[in-house]
Design a protein. Structure first.
Length: 265
């Protein structure tokens, strides 16, 4: 069993526990269900940086990256530092996150929030809206096309956008499932090895009318500029910032370098 298979198997158990503790009807009663969401795709298209700054405390491959990181402080600093949006990992077992992290952040953040999660059940779509997400991640490697389309339609009905994550050419037939944005994950989810060149290999197959996002392994402004030149408009970055004592300051410095030394305010 590879890492992705283990994560999905554990996620099924976790989701069942969540369902038993908090039903869909209870989620539908959340005040966040009435909230108008912020468009992630629009934020990226209008942004000078395109950076989706990720909050994660650990990873399966590296272990703890920033165990005691305060989600509210970090993401608020991301916003101040020029991030276009923030991605919040809500998986605890492998990434050290919780649904409470996104709930806390929503109260003080104006930029779009992406719920980063291994979505395998429609319950998690309702849950994403109830905790304040503007967009959800759907991973082609863990969903069949019919389910991916159904989850996308459900997210749209709740006012959220969908980032569809692809890993290889054989998943290109998922492009017709209605996602708002297309992501290329440079990390192999079966081994967790990262190769940024994967985005350059995949971009030729991606639709020009969608916001395309390169995910994982990006660590330099030059790489972002190169990815921009081939068509990417979003850049999901986490570990590069989270490994620092002050992730928000690291993001701010990165954005200044990306913009040629200009202050982001």
């Amino acid at each position: 069993m590879n890492i992705l298979d283990k994560i999905v198997a554990d996620k099924r158990i976790e989701v069942q526990r969540h369902k038993e503790a908090y039903t869909v009807d209870m989620l539908l009663g959340s005040e966040q269900m009435m909230r108008s969401t912020v468009s992630l795709s629009h934020a990226l298209s209008e942004s000078s940086s395109g950076i989706i700054a990720e909050f994660k405390r650990r990873s399966p491959s590296k272990g703890w990256i920033h165990r005691d990181a305060d989600v509210e402080r970090v993401v608020l600093d991301y916003q101040r530092g020029g991030a276009s949006a923030s991605s919040i990992l809500t998986d605890y077992t492998y990434f050290g996150g919780t649904v409470a992290d996104l709930c806390k952040v929503r109260k003080s953040i104006d930029i779009p929030l992406l719920r980063k999660e291994f979505v395998i059940d429609e319950y998690q779509i309702y849950q994403a809206k109830a905790i304040g997400a503007d967009a959800v991640l759907l991973i082609a490697a863990v969903l069949d096309r019919k389910t991916c389309r159904r989850f996308t339609d459900l997210a749209h009905s709740l006012g959220m956008e969908v980032l569809l994550e692809l890993h290889e050419e054989k998943e290109l037939d998922y492009l017709d499932t209605g996602a708002d944005m297309i992501g290329v994950n440079n990390r192999d989810l079966t081994t967790f090895e990262t190769r940024v060149e994967h985005s350059f290999d995949m971009v030729r197959y991606l639709p020009s009318d969608k916001i395309c996002i390169s995910e994982s392994g990006i660590s330099s402004p030059d790489t972002v500029r190169a990815l921009r030149r081939v068509g990417f408009r979003g850049f999901l970055m986490g570990e590069n910032f989270m490994k620092e004592v002050r992730p928000g300051a690291a993001l701010s410095q990165f954005v200044k370098q990306l913009n040629g030394g200009e202050d982001v305010g």
